[in-house]
Design a protein around this ligand. Sequence first.
Ligand code: FAD
Length: 437
Amino acid sequence: MFDSFGRIERRPRRTVSFSEAERMLRDGRAGAGGLLGFGNGRSYGDSCHNDGGALVEMRPEARILGFDPASGILDAEAGVLLADIIAFAAPHGFFLPVTPGTRFVTLGGAIANDVHGKNHHRRGTFGCHVVSFELLRSNGAVFSCSPLKNEALFAATIGGMGLTGLIVTARIRLMRVPSLDVEERVTRFADLDQFFALAEKADADNEYAVAWIDQLAEGGRAGRGLLLTGNHAGNGNFDASPRPAWLGVSFELPFSVLNRPSLKLFNAAYHHLKGREAGPHLSGYEPFFYPLDSLRGWNRLYGPAGLYQHQSVIPEPQARETIPAMLEATRRAGQVSFLTVLKRFGTIRSPGLLSFPQPGYTLTLDFPNRGEKTLELLSELDRLTVEAQGRVNPYKDQRMSAATFAASFPQWKMLEEQRDPAFSSNFWRRTAQVLAA
Ligand SMILES: Cc1cc2nc3c(=O)[nH]c(=O)nc-3n(C[C@H](O)[C@H](O)[C@H](O)COP(=O)(O)OP(=O)(O)OC[C@H]3O[C@@H](n4cnc5c(N)ncnc54)[C@H](O)[C@@H]3O)c2cc1C
């Protein structure tokens, strides 16, 4: 089906192979709807869809082409999964310098969305570690792009959501680590004030820091949570062999099995059990970086209507007011988020033109799709974000207005200038192309 992860608009989609796309571009046959690279569909919304045109299946283009164990420089085709890069590099003592919360993401997708991880404060975004890439554009021309060559295309492609052409291969710099495993600490906080008091020092002291918030707790405890911090352990190992998923949802559920009572129980248990792991302890890299990957197909638990994710970043001075206001808005709407994550972004600038992170706090909220009611809440969250001079994440989005996008990324016109006219997406058509019309 080539769904995105939120599974909101599910329909059969026209796809072409990479070699067919190459021929179409060379012969000027991309068509009115154009093309769009499709990695592994881990974007939540419609930025990885191009209805009316075709998606280019990039997953099969997945060879690792070269690796220098002295420098950690790796060359690979764009369809390779981060999971495969981890498995390849681990025996050499290397890991990804930046990883999102799932390893089932392609190299091309990680660059095109300029993904971030739990160590943004130390390493910036994925794009900060891209040395160069080859980009296929209209007329079949391949451009070598780096900070010194075709610089404008390099900047526009990092975080450019596939709109500048097809990333064919990329060269990235991996990070040497003492082991894949992580020495983790878990710190409980009773409310957001306590979290804000802890967050800056947690970043200063640790490679990784992220907080989980229990919005479903009762009795004035909503806002309590756990701050998870960690550093690669000196006494861990480099075993990257994947563990079997402990739950796999491979079939369609007729309704959502995630509801307030079931999640309230889950959250209370997680807060209690995880919160007991207070002292430093060794965590395997999979549970630390990718806890949700062990629940294969968990997005299906939201049922046929799917889920919306809302991710915002709020500048530091406004965050202490705006983030509690956003959580309060979800409570007022009677739709608290089922999974709530809060993280402080650092100041390292991405080379990407439309990169999402900026200094401040990023709040990620997951909501089951309850139709109009949920859309109204999401618009209210947009409003609060924009009012605080923040940004709404486009690659998690399925419905933000063109105005919200323009307020979040006033530099969108520069990407439009670098966009290959043979490429477009549902997201771009309903935001930038409306603004440009
Ligand atoms: C459980 C989960 C946790 C996540 N955690 C994080 C997180 O912590 N941080 C974060 O930043 N993101 C996170 N994400 C989002 C995810 O990392 C990104 O959306 C990622 O970019 C998806 O990559 P993909 O390979 O699946 O690409 P797709 O979703 O298929 O496509 C993503 C974009 O890349 C473009 N694209 C794909 N391949 C190419 C190519 N070869 N050339 C040009 N363009 C291409 C597409 O056109 C599209 O615009 C998470 C997602 C999930 C499901």
